[in-house]
Design a protein around this ligand. Structure first.
Ligand code: SAM
Ligand code: SF4
Length: 482
């Protein structure tokens, strides 16, 4: 059943405040919840205090992420009491992976919560709110048989424009890999791919409304195998080829990939598609074969290096980022040394690293933890120092070069426009707002923390196509203010 559009044009919109934790998929889900509730007469508000409905879209990936939800619920209890004192009812919903993992336990620990809804059921939010109104509480954490995407209303034109020129599109959800440390297969469920035609429609609609960059997202995005218009399962590489044909789309990205699912069609997409950015997030977690096996990652460090080489063989300018876990049960000093060696050998443009956090219900949570807190801290610090030095070197190498930047938004300083390079580095220039949504060359002349500063280096056809005065006269010295 599609959610009904119960908005009465005479009633002022109710206010929805949504706070998202964790991954890009949660950011995407939060937007789809806003789109779903727009049909129920809700408009987004940036503050909790005037909200009629507050949704916490939660993350369960590490213990810290999950615990944040309970401290936030403590603060929301005060806001809800305050609203009640002024005669207003504030509803509180917990969505996302903590909702999925903990279900009714959330309401037991935090009775302030009215609705608990898992990541596969948020298309039912209107019905759940109605049930909470009637019965006081509503919980839904089953994996419904229907596909939520078939029920979610598309975002409105205004919503798309307000969200900017870069958008996420979920193409795949869930995961069948069962890495021993990870809750995703339990909270997001089995791997499911959306059909190609639906994704093409979504991307075309976004492009028609000004979106220029699409990041295809999924917990294991390169396991994509959605049904194509020819009735066959299409790979991610095949899908990317199709999306690159959509007018207006100038940049394509995808995340997050598993090294074992890099197939020839994905490599070919990097070889053939100029719109596919040469920056790949390919988590490896550890450089030790022993730990990779205990993690059930299904590949060795050598396999990973060979995969990196396959990308590099078709695009010399390709760069990589990764995720790492330090202190996995059984990780010895030599295992950690193997991780440092792998990082040194590859040379990342960026990477995220985390201390191992046991997650209830996962196989690793049953393993004996062998790495002391002090050793974990020390390993994390050493790994982060190495990654930081690689990232700085990568950023510094841009100085003196001319790079393509997709301009996204005004900077904090007057006259400044901010965009991103192919490698997601923020780049700041002085220019007119008309350049937003355009990919233009920028001569990089300095670096401030993680941001590149430079001047538009447009000539010929590019310069002629810009409105008069779009290039500010003196752009060379500025601070990011970002
Ligand atoms: N699907 C992706 C992959 O295969 O690498 C990543 C999914 S997960 C949302 C993002 C990252 O969180 C992982 O790559 C891993 O580094 C980290 N992570 C997941 N479970 C963890 C745990 N129990 N403790 C610490 N970090 C964890
Ligand atoms: Fe979790 Fe990624 Fe492993 Fe799937 S592949 S279980 S999402 S870490």
């Amino acid at each position: 059943m599609r959610p009904s559009n119960s908005q009465d044009p005479m009633t002022p919109p109710r206010k929805l405040h949504i706070k998202s934790y964790g991954c890009q998929m949660n950011v995407y889900d939060a937007q789809r919840m806003v789109d779903t509730l727009a049909g129920e007469g809700f408009a987004e508000t940036a503050t909790v205090d005037d909200a009629d409905l507050v949704i916490l879209n939660t993350c369960h990936i590490r213990e810290k992420a999950a615990e944040k939800v309970y401290s936030e619920l403590g603060r929301l209890r005060l806001a809800k009491d305050e609203a009640a004192r002024s005669g207003r009812q504030m509803r509180i919903a917990v969505a996302g992976c903590v909702a999925q993992a903990e279900g009714a336990e959330i309401i037991r620990r935090a009775p302030v919560v009215d609705v608990v809804v898992g990541p596969q059921s948020y298309h039912h939010l209107p019905q759940l709110l109605a049930r909470a109104n009637a019965e006081g509480r509503a919980i839904e954490t089953e994996f419904p048989v229907e596909d939520k995407f078939a029920f979610l209303p598309p975002p409105g034109r205004e919503a798309i424009r307000a969200r900017g020129i870069s958008a996420f599109v979920t193409v795949q959800e869930g995961c069948d890999k069962f890495c021993t440390f990870c809750v995703v297969p339990y909270t997001r469920g089995a791997e499911v791919s959306r059909p190609v035609s639906r994704i093409v429609d979504d991307v075309a609609r976004l492009a028609d409304n000004g979106v220029r960059e699409i990041t295809l997202i999924g917990q294991n995005v390169n396991a994509y195998h959605g049904e194509g218009p020819d009735g066959r399962a299409w790979s991610l590489g095949h899908l990317l080829h199709r999306l690159a044909e959509i007018p207006g789309i100038v940049r394509l990205r995808y995340a997050t990939s598993h090294p074992c699912d890099v197939d020839d069609s994905l490599i070919a997409a990097h070889r053939d598609l100029p719109a596919l950015m040469p920056f790949v997030h390919l988590p490896v977690q550890s450089g030790s074969d022993r730990i990779l096996e205990a993690m059930n990652r299904r590949h060795t460090a050598g396999d990973y290096l060979r995969t990196i080489d396959r990308f590099r063989a078709v695009r010399q300018d390709i760069a990589f980022s990764s995720d790492f876990i330090v202190g996995f049960p059984g990780e010895r000093a030599e295992d950690f040394a193997a991780t440092l060696a792998l990082v040194t050998q590859i040379g990342y443009a960026a990477a995220y690293s985390f201390k191992y956090s046991p997650r209830p219900g996962t196989p690793a949570a049953e393993m004996q933890e062998t790495v002391s807190a002090a050793d974990m801290d020390e390993r994390l610090a050493r790994l982060q120092e190495l990654i930081d030095s690689q990232q700085s070197a990568f950023n510094k190498a841009a100085i003196g070069t001319t790079v393509d930047v997709l301009f996204e938004r005004p900077g904090r300083n007057p006259g400044q426009i901010v965009g991103r390079t192919a490698y997601l580095q923020p780049a700041h220039v002085m220019a007119r707002p008309e350049i937003m949504g355009r990919v233009l060359p920028v001569r990089i002349d300095s670096l401030e923390r993680y941001s590149l500063l430079g001047e538009l280096a447009v000539s010929g056809a590019n310069r002629a196509s810009l409105p008069a005065g779009a290039i500010a006269p003196s752009a060379s010295r500025l601070v990011t203010g970002a």
